[in-house]
Structures are given as C-alpha cells and as structure tokens.
Design a binder for this molecule. Structure first.
Ligand code: LLP
Length: 436
C-alpha cells in the first residue's frame, strides 16, 4: 500500500523520493511519513463508514486517535479529510488546537484527567469529553456549575470484551483500569443526567488495538446496546462510540480485514441489534489511529556493524543500526514484529537470516527480530523498516541519550520536515546542573 518502489539502480523510493536523497537531506535514523497515504487512509475510512451508515439509516463520525502519531501537520491532514480528532491528555489537546482543530471536533479521553485538564477542555469548547470515573463526573459538575458552561459528555464503559490481534475474549469481569463496569454505568449516567450543564450524549467502548475481524466489535456492540436500551428509559441517547483498534499489516503474514468489510460488518451489527430491540439506530463514532498512520510510515536506518552468531543449525547475523528502541519501543514492549529491506540498493549476496538491532545498551533492543537480508548488506547501507507510522514516535525516548529522529513528510516527490530532530543541545537543555 505504501507507494514505495525501486528505481533503475535498485534504490528504494518513498512517494517518489529516493531514500539516498532523503538521508542526504535529513540524516538517519529518519521517520518518513507518506502524506498522501495518510490522507488516502483517512478518506477511505470516512467514506467506508459513511456508506455503511447511510445504508443502515444512521451516520458515522471518524475521530483520528492522535495517540498513534500526533503533530500539527497530521492534525491538519486528517481535519482536511473530514475527520475529527481524539486526544487523551492535556498535551495532546494543545497539539490538536495548535494544529487548527475546531475544539468542537475533538473528543477528550483519559482515565485520570486532572481538574486543570478538564477546565481547559471545557473552556476551549471540546466537543465531547469521554468520562471515565465517578470522580471525573463530579469534577466536571463543579466546573460547569462554576462557569455556566454546557458540556457534551459520553460515558466510557468496559463491555468485558477484550480483543486480541486475531481473536477476542469475552469475560464477565474485565480487570483493567478503563471505563465503568457495565453494572456501574446506569448510576453514573443517572448522575450525569442530574447535573445541569452536562449533556449525556451516549456510551463509549474501546475493546483493544490491532484487532482483526469484526467479531469482537459485534460482541461489544451487542453488550453496549443492552445498556443503551435500558438507559433510553431516562431520556434520548443520540450517539454510540465503538472506539478504534482496526488492525494493520506489519509483516506479510498479517491479513487485516478490508476497511469496507469492517465498516459494513460493524454498522450492520449495530443496526440489526437496534432493530431486534425496537430502538432507533444511534449516530455512530469510531476512533481509529493505527489504521490511518501505521502503514504510511517507514523508518530509515544506516547499518553500522554486523556480527555473526552461530546457532544450532544456522548462523544468525546481527545487523546493528543507528537507532533502535528509542525510536521504536514496540518490539521491546510488545514483541512486535516488523519487516526490513535493504533500501539503498539491490543486494547481491545470498539471503541471510538476520536480526536487526539498535544501538542501545540493552539486549532487548530489537528493531526486526527475524528477517532475511542480502548477505552483502553491511556498514553504510540503508535499511527501511515498514509500518512504523503508528506508536513509534509517540513512544520514543532519549534512552542512552540518543536524540530523537526528525519526522519528514513526503508528498509529490518532495520531502519536508514536520517535526525537527533533536540535537545534543536539546538533550542537555533540561540539565539544570551544568556548571556555568
Ligand atoms: N480509542 C481509545 C479510547 C484508545 O484507547 C485507543 C488506543 C484508540 C482509540 C486507538 O486505537 P488504534 O485504532 O490505534 O488501535 N501502544 C500500543 C497501542 C495502544 C493503544 C491504546 N489505545 C501499540 O503500540 O500497539
């Protein structure tokens, strides 16, 4: 899907820009984002859900989950493609606002929003605050009574459905920090409805991330609709938000459900559930993050050293690159799998089993656990790691005082920096003990 091809010399081009030129202009490691691909995926999600919703007599809104990758450029792109934005901290809220988002198009999440964050959100006019605790209801009640504001809210519930990548589990008691257990939701909604200035818009549920298939969403929707129906006795409920979590392909073995099938499968399940209960179909919203930016990102690294380690039946080559867990923590955190290609040229050596590793002082500092690269790939060669657009930059760190790479957008054969890289001066800037 990413528009990457090779030119006559075998050099990889990303959205029409050669990796050699990218690295000459911006250095390595380098996080590259294909702007056209982000826009295309945002638009595809929007139109697929619009179409499915229209077919089933409702509407669907897409909120881009900014936690996947957030900067003012991305905010602008998704807004221009007609999406709204979901933020989950005061910091994300400020980036979305700085990116020009109309506050009314924002949803604000989080299990521990501070009073200051809530005041800022209400004051800015955030469209929907998704409430996650009883304490938060009271914090908001105090704010709206003091300011006289009217605030639209949803209630996040824990449907008990926990989706894994290729499967989902439904347990009666989900033991995790997010949302209200289903049984506690009616009292919470009753309290919200009591507060002048809080407008209850509906229920929210997010069942997990990197989910394949529609089964988990259908099960969750069905549980949510039971509650939604019960709550209709106390007043109108215009909306239902089913969260994000749509899975993407990281490696060749992943086979994600096409967006159109997801949209139709999920929306149809809600519509059928409403018909069976004799209730109107609420307006729907969704919060995909990874599915919009994940496959639009590539990270370029330069190989520094290699080392061969004899295994029982084969040899594994460790290929060390100039980044690692500071720019992509996902392999270390989740055992996430990626794939890599020699990017600067076509290799000539026979394919070798390699593990691409970073430069950090930690043996879990793996970039790509298991890959085959041409046997002649070595120092000075560039490698490209695909599908790094989601949850890489946001989870990045300065571990071992490695500066964070720039983020560069490519479009129409040109590149431009959208987040500048860190310098050594940046790394020292917060050290208050440097002798003057
Ligand atoms: N909505 C809510 C309330 C969420 O908590 C999340 C993700 C999303 C939407 C977006 O989910 P997505 O469509 O991107 O799967 N750091 C992990 C992923 C954490 C996801 C947290 N919540 C990773 O790198 O895989």
């Amino acid at each position: 899907p990413l528009s990457a091809e090779r030119d006559d010399d075998g050099e990889l081009r990303i959205a029409g820009v050669g990796v050699g030129e990218l690295v000459r202009d911006h250095g390595t490691p380098l996080q590259v984002i294909d702007e056209t691909e982000v826009r295309r995926r945002a638009a595809a999600l929007r139109s697929a859900f619009d179409r499915a919703a229209a077919e089933h007599g409702t509407t669907a809104r897409i909120y881009y989950a900014g936690k996947a990758l957030l900067n003012t450029s991305i905010v602008r792109w998704v807004l221009e493609e007609g999406l709204n934005v979901d933020v989950c901290t005061g910091g994300e809220l400020e980036v979305a606002l700085a990116g020009g988002a109309d506050a009314g198009r924002l949803g604000f999440h989080g299990n521990n929003k501070s009073v200051a964050e809530l005041e800022r959100a209400v004051d800015a006019g955030v469209g929907t605050i998704i409430i996650d605790s009883v304490i938060e209801i009271e914090r908001l009640a105090a704010i709206v009574s003091r300011t006289g504001a009217s605030q639209r809210v949803m209630l996040r519930v824990n449907s008990g459905v926990h989706a894994e990548t290729h499967d989902f589990l439904a347990t009666a008691h989900e033991d995790q920090k997010f949302g209200f257990p289903l049984g506690q939701a009616p009292a919470a909604v009753a309290r919200i409805r009591e507060v002048d200035g809080l407008v209850f818009a509906g229920l929210h549920c997010h069942i997990g991330s990197q989910i394949f298939g529609v089964a988990g969403f259908r099960e969750s929707a069905s549980r949510l609709l039971d509650l939604h129906q019960e709550l209709l006795a106390g007043g109108d409920i215009p909306q239902l938000n089913l969260g994000g979590g749509f899975g993407i392909a990281y490696t060749r073995v992943d086979d994600p459900t096409p967006i159109a099938d997801l949209a139709e499968g999920i929306v149809a399940a809600v519509a059928e559930g409403c018909a069976a209960r004799g209730i109107p179909v609420p307006a729907l919203s969704f919060e995909p993050g990874r599915a919009i930016v994940g496959n639009a990102g590539v990270t370029l690294y330069e190989i520094g050293t290699t080392k061969d380690v004899a295994l029982e039946t084969t040899t594994r080559r460790y290929v060390s690159v100039d980044g690692g867990m500071s720019d992509n923590a996902r392999p270390a955190l989740y055992g996430a799998q990626y794939s890599a290609r020699l990017a600067s040229r076509i290799g000539t050596g026979a394919p070798m089993l390699v593990r691409v590793v970073g430069k950090h002082c930690e043996s879990g500092d793996i970039v790509v656990d298991h890959e085959y690269l041409p046997g002649d790939a070595g120092p000075g060669d560039l490698i490209a790691v695909a599908a790094t657009g989601a949850y890489c930059a946001p989870l990045s760190s300065n571990y071992n005082h490695v500066p964070r790479p720039p983020i560069v957008a490519v479009a129409d054969g040109r590149s431009r920096v959208i987040v500048r890289g860190e310098s050594i001066a940046d790394l020292l800037a917060r050290d208050a003990g440097i002798p003057q």
